[in-house]
Each structure stands twice: as C-alpha cells, then as structure tokens.
Design a protein around this ligand. Structure first.
Ligand SMILES: Nc1ncnc2c1ncn2[C@@H]1O[C@H](COP(=O)(O)OP(=O)(O)O)[C@@H](O)[C@H]1O
Ligand SMILES: Cc1ncc(COP(=O)(O)OP(=O)(O)O)c(N)n1
Length: 270
C-alpha cells in the first residue's frame, strides 16, 4: 500500500522559544499529517517578548543540509521562511530553481513582537529577484507586504498590496489579516478573494505566520488547489490562534495548531 505520509521541507531559522520558525513549522506540518524535514539557515535567541540575538549559518552548511535532504527524502513541498542574507537568498533561488514541487515563500521580516528579522533594504531585492519567480505563493503580513512593495504604512489596501506583489513577479500572493482587517486577501494574478474569517483577540499569535505558510505548503504538497489550500491554511492557523497557549510566556503567546491539551496523558496508578 502506498504511504500516504507527505514529506515537506522547511528552510528557515530556529526559534529558541519553540513557537515560530522551524519548530513551529514542524508542528504545523505534523498537524496535517506531513513529515517535516528542516534546513536551518539561522538561529535566534528569542522568546515571546522578542528576539535577543540572531546568527546566520554559512551558505556551505545550508547547502550541505539541503543536498542531504533532497538526495534522500521524497520532498513534495517546500516552505522558505526567514532567510537573512542576500547571498543566501540568491543562492537559494538557484538551488531551488529546478525543483517541480510547490514552494511557499513567507518573507518573514518582522515578528509579532515587533522585532526585525532581516535587514529589509538588503534582502528585499534578493527576495523579489530570486525567490518570487519560483514561489507558488508568497504570504507576507501587511507590514511585510508594504516593505516589499515600498509602500508607506496603510497607504494601500490589501487588494492593492497583493496586486503589487504579483506585479513584482510572484505568481500569487496572500496578505494576511491584522486587527484592522480580518481574513486574508488572496490574489493569483486573475482572481481577488477575501478569505474571510474571524479575528481572535487572544494575544496568542506567536508563530501564526509560520504555521500558516507551513500549513499551506503541506496542503499544496498533497495536491490541493491553491485557493482552497489558502482558505484551509487560514482557517487552521486562525484556529491555532484561538486555541493558543495563553499561559506560556509573558509577551505574544504561542499558537497551538496541534491541540496539545487533548494530547496530555495523566499518570495512571498501578
Ligand atoms: N488574531 C487572529 N485571529 C484570527 N486569525 C489570525 C489572527 N492572527 C493571525 N491570524 C491568521 O494567521 C495567519 C498568519 O497571519 P499573521 O499572524 O498575520 O502572520 P505573521 O505572523 O506573518 O504576521 C493568517 O491566516 C491570519 O489570518
Ligand atoms: C526564527 C523565526 N522565524 C520566523 C519568525 C516569525 O514568526 P511568525 O509566525 O511570523 O510569528 P511571530 O514570531 O511574528 O509571532 C520568528 N519569530 N522566528
């Protein structure tokens, strides 16, 4: 019988607090039955209150991880998250160019706690030139979309931002929700759609963007058409915010896409 488990790869950075980054991606992949491989491009010292330090790994080490994974595992979908240096982004563009699997690019520039994860000016053109053309979809939040298209804060609505991202070369774009605009805005070059949904006022959003893009990757890897994958990814990420772990950390608490309280095992008496 064929194994239904779909192997996906996340290329991103470690979040020491476990909520976002590759740790968040592994949980999001697992929540929809995907096996998660990881290529780590950097390490952050981070918790729910912010990022204290970050360190990017040398391209050689990233290259070695990527070939180890691709030489051996049947990867069916790839997510690219934080990628800090223009050199790395440009190299990734050439390394991923010939792969015929869905690629979701989450151009992570700012965390929910407000920390910048990349030097925006340096990374912007590398992302647009090297990764946008390879992407199945790019998934920035409003602030990241504004930085990528060079628009001042709130000068454009999300329909205009999504169109500008596609004009820059992304085949499709989703600009995610914020407290002002609930639901995500989707545009694939032809059709605009508001992927409607409630906005949960839980302050449990640490890792929501990572979960969303990893979920989209796993759903696309399983063959789901793009608009439906983005609808379901929004719903599942939003449920993760609703069910977030509000007792963990003193800043922006982590999402929970696995339903961890359901999995707790209580000690049995013999
Ligand atoms: N408070 C919230 N309530 C419901 N859904 C949310 C909330 N915050 C984020 N989401 C959903 O989670 C996903 C990731 O969005 P977002 O948090 O904006 O990403 P990022 O972490 O990149 O800023 C999107 O589908 C978005 O609609
Ligand atoms: C290492 C690392 N990668 C990505 C992020 C951004 O995560 P995201 O899911 O967008 O959620 P917030 O952290 O913004 O809440 C990160 N924080 N760390």
């Amino acid at each position: 019988m064929p194994d239904p488990t779909i192997a996906c790869l996340t290329i991103g950075s470690s979040d020491s607090s476990g909520g976002a980054g590759v740790q968040g991606d592994i949980k999001a992949f697992a929540s929809i039955g995907c096996f998660a491989a990881t290529v780590v491009v950097g390490v952050t010292a981070q918790n729910t209150t912010g990022v204290r330090a970050r360190y990017g790994l040398p391209v050689d080490l990233v290259r070695a991880q990527l070939s180890a994974v691709l030489d051996d595992l049947p990867i069916r979908g790839i997510k690219v998250g934080t990628a800090w240096s223009p050199e790395l982004v440009t190299w990734l563009g050439s390394a991923l160019a010939d792969l015929s699997v869905p690629i979701v690019v989450d151009p992570v520039l700012v965390t929910a706690a407000g920390a910048y994860l990349s030097d925006v000016e340096q990374i912007r053109s590398a992302l647009v030139e090297s990764l946008f053309p390879l992407a199945t979809v790019v998934t920035p939040n409003r602030q990241e979309a504004e930085l990528l298209v060079g628009a001042p804060p709130h000068a454009l609505d999300r329909r205009e931002l999504a169109a500008a991202l596609v004009d820059l070369g992304a085949p499709a774009a989703v600009v995610t929700a914020d407290a002002r605009d609930s639901g995500d805005w989707f545009f694939d070059g032809t059709t605009h759609e508001l992927l409607a949904g409630a906005y949960h006022d839980t302050n449990c959003e640490h890792g929501a963007g990572c979960a969303h893009s990893a979920l989209a990757t796993g759903l696309l890897a399983g063959g789901m058409p793009l608009p439906e994958a983005m609808r379901q990814a929004r719903q599942l990420a939003s449920d993760g915010v609703r069910d977030g772990l509000g007792h963990l950390g003193s800043g922006v608490h982590p999402v929970d896409v696995l339903g961890l309280p359901r999995l707790v095992r209580t000690p049995t008496r013999s």
